[in-house]
Design a binder for this molecule. Structure first.
Ligand code: 6CS
Length: 335
């Protein structure tokens, strides 16, 4: 081969190699099954990325790589590129993320709540700065439905929770919250909850309705109580070094896939709470559903102030900034 031809062939090979290098496989773990809300979000994200690039997204549902804390560690270490972890667990690492456990702060469900997540300065501007300090690129937060308590005995007041061990996700503010609600809070990773209810080590837990149904929490509890105290918030993020190392084009593609999955998941959840409740009652007609009246809610609402104070004590200036901004963001969507 003539030297010029050789050079041309070499540069053609280099070009092919460069294109091939551009193809990447991204690993993405989440805390739920593939057909639960986080899995549906992840599937939308994967489909958008794969339809619009040569990249592949490998999905790892709950349990395949460990518990929630395990997948977060693997993401911070760069073993995983993407992770969905809820503030219920991240709150132990990033105290300000516990703001989502101040009771009666956010609406439980609905279009106002969706608008809040779309436009919130706290979520879309301040939290990303805070998560970045922990090596995480926060890509979005989204709601997973109103949180209900499922218990073995009826709950109409904080007195009814007296001496009841109620499982909470593993962050200190949730512990304070259930203490303020009158219970004995018991932090546990998700994988231990069904067994702990079955063996009566705990007598209750809280989660959104779709999860109560899909994980069969109703088999090991007898009462569902709508206290109206919260929605379940979750968060999707990337390893920050990985994200910063992507080309501008790939970063834009990731953000676009997040926007598509975000809108899809809000739409997907319309009517999900009601449908899940119906399925539960079909499987277990004797399950009792309690919706607290305004009057019954009041003592739980009275406890909220104490939890907010505790949040501020735990998180200092950062928490105060987040809480103030969240309230302003809420005001903007409720007026
Ligand atoms: O309660 C929990 O731990 C779990 N709840 C939901 C709705 N998603 C994942 C999380 O691990």
């Amino acid at each position: 081969m003539k030297p010029t031809r050789m050079l041309l062939a070499a540069s053609a090979f280099a070009l092919v190699a460069a294109t091939a290098d551009a193809q990447q496989t991204w690993r993405y773990a989440f805390e739920e099954a593939i057909d639960e809300v986080q899995g549906v979000f992840a599937t939308q994200f994967k489909e958008h990325i794969e339809a619009n690039s040569d990249h592949e997204v490998q999905l790892f549902p709950f349990g395949t790589l460990g518990e929630s804390d395990d997948i977060m560690e693997q993401t911070q270490a760069g073993i995983l590129q993407f992770v969905n972890q809820s503030p219920g667990f991240t709150g132990a690492l990033i105290p300000a993320a516990q703001v989502f456990f101040v009771p009666y702060l956010l609406p439980q469900e609905g279009e106002q709540l969706n608008e809040f997540f779309r436009n919130s300065v706290a979520i879309n501007e301040i939290f990303p700065e805070i998560y970045a300090e922990h090596g995480l690129e926060l890509l979005t937060m989204y709601p997973e439905g109103e949180v209900v308590m499922t218990t073995k005995s009826p709950v109409r007041s904080p007195e009814d929770l007296n001496e009841q061990n109620v499982r909470v996700m593993t962050n200190p503010l949730l512990v304070e919250k259930y203490r303020a609600f009158g219970a004995v809070p018991t932090p546990l990773p998700w994988g231990e909850v069904y067994g702990a209810l079955q063996t009566n080590m705990i007598q209750g837990q809280e989660n959104p309705m779709f999860f109560v149904e899909s994980t069969r929490m109703y088999e090991v509890t007898d009462y569902i109580t709508f206290t109206g105290h919260n929605n379940f918030t979750t968060a999707f993020m990337a390893n920050k070094d990985f994200f910063d190392g992507l080309s501008g084009e790939d970063q834009a593609l990731v953000r676009e896939a997040v926007d598509v999955a975000f809108e899809y998941i809000l739409d997907y959840q319309q009517g999900l709470t009601e449908a899940s409740l119906e399925t539960i009652l079909e499987s277990k007609p004797e399950m009792e559903v309690i919706v607290l009246t305004e009057e019954e809610r009041q003592p739980f609402m009275d406890a909220a102030g104490r939890v907010e104070e505790e949040f501020l004590r735990m998180t200092g200036d950062t928490g105060a900034r987040i809480l103030e901004q969240m309230k302003a963001d809420l005001e903007a969507v409720t007026n």
